[in-house]
Write a protein that binds this ligand. Structure first.
Ligand code: PLP
Length: 357
């Protein structure tokens, strides 16, 4: 059988969840499991994250999957509902909504009694400068105060545009707006921390933190490794050597013949490609890991195969190759690919076999 395997390490997930608890001991944890738990597979991840206080997802379908798997914690829809007919399902299944525009407020108010009777909170989104979703100051103050007067329990929600950046001027502006609204609407619960903010601003943890990438053991920062953050990679993505070739100086490898050998070398062909979710473009040299030893990719990534240099490695057919995981970090593969770990994890295709580590 062709080997392309994604291993999920549930103990690493639990370890990372405990890191959130250490960093935000007084906040409730909304584990972000959107996009199939950042590509890891929501079922296996929920099992390891079952001690979370709540879950966060991007749409009703993702929330219903959590309910179907039997988890009863609160769930927040981070973009709210997309049409009026989703409101009844939200209420029946006890799913909480973000509201970020007037129409969502109208839908909510039309179902006010049932929503409140289910004990659901309303997450009111502040647009403090990211300019994706939310009400701006001062409108949001009026929105929250009238929702409160109508009997809704509200959470002030905000998202930083540059939590991963040191000293970005927008960070202070966003924080100040959040604090201003929080005070103008007091008492109100608050939530503004994603993974990067959890690490950087313990004073902003408030009532709910919303960790995503850190749970999966990838870094939210360009300049800090998972080891420095004391996180453990959850996903290990592997394939196998399926052929060995010796090539001579002047011979080329793969589509486009982009690589030409300068001397005799030993190549291994590995059963992985962009059809599996491995990226094709590497503006910088990329590497894989074999038994802890890093070795370079050679030539272009194809749909089902890559070539690697094993001139100085003893690696027979059948040897397991780590594309990313605990030795070759997804953060480093992403860097070579000109992106962030988030994207590579979420882009994982359905083709590799999923196993527990
Ligand atoms: C995805 C998301 C998060 C998690 O962000 P990470 O950087 O992965 O920790 C938090 N809050 C909101 C609103 C999100 O959409």
């Amino acid at each position: 059988m062709r080997q392309a395997t994604v291993y999920i390490d549930q103990e690493a997930l639990q370890y990372n969840l405990n890191r959130v608890k250490q960093l935000a001991p007084t906040a409730k944890i909304v584990s972000m499991v959107k996009a199939n738990a950042y590509g890891h597979g929501v079922k296996d991840c929920l099992a390891a994250l079952k001690d979370s206080d709540a879950f966060g997802v991007a749409c009703l379908e993702e929330a219903l999957e959590i309910r179907e798997l039997g988890y009863e914690q609160p769930i927040t829809l981070i973009e709210g509902i997309f049409s009026d007919d989703e409101m009844q399902i939200v209420i029946d299944k006890k799913i909480e909504c973000v509201v970020h525009h007037q129409q969502q407020l109208d839908w909510l108010r039309a179902h006010k009694e049932a929503y409140i009777a289910q004990g659901l909170k309303v997450w009111v989104k502040l647009n403090s400068g990211m300019n994706r979703l939310g009400f701006k100051v001062p409108e949001i103050i009026e929105v929250i105060n009238s929702l409160k007067a109508e009997g809704f329990t509200c959470v002030l929600a905000m998202h930083f545009a540059n939590a991963d950046a040191e000293n970005h001027p927008l960070n202070d502006q966003q924080r100040d707006q959040f604090l201003q609204v929080k005070e103008a609407c007091a008492p109100i619960m608050g939530s503004c921390c994603n993974s990067a903010a959890i690490f950087k601003w313990p004073e902003l943890n408030f009532d709910f933190v919303r960790p995503g990438i850190m749970l999966y053991g990838a870094t939210p920062f360009a300049d800090k490794t998972v080891a420095e953050l004391d996180l453990k990679p959850v996903m290990t993505f592997t394939a196998e050597i399926i052929a060995l070739n010796t090539i001579q100086a002047g011979e080329s490898v793969g589509y486009g013949s982009t690589f030409i050998a300068e001397q005799e070398m030993q190549l291994a062909i590995v059963s992985i490609g962009y059809g599996d979710g491995y990226p094709r473009a590497f503006p910088k040299q990329n590497y894989v890991s074999i038994n802890g030893q890093q070795t370079r990719l050679i030539g272009r990534v194809a749909m089902d195969m890559i070539a690697i240099d094993v001139t100085h490695i003893n690696a027979p057919i059948g040897t397991e190759v780590e594309l990313w995981g605990k030795e070759r970090l997804v953060d480093d593969v992403a860097e070579a690919n000109g992106t962030i770990g988030y994207e590579l994890l979420c882009r994982m295709s359905a083709r590799p076999v999923r196993k527990l580590a």
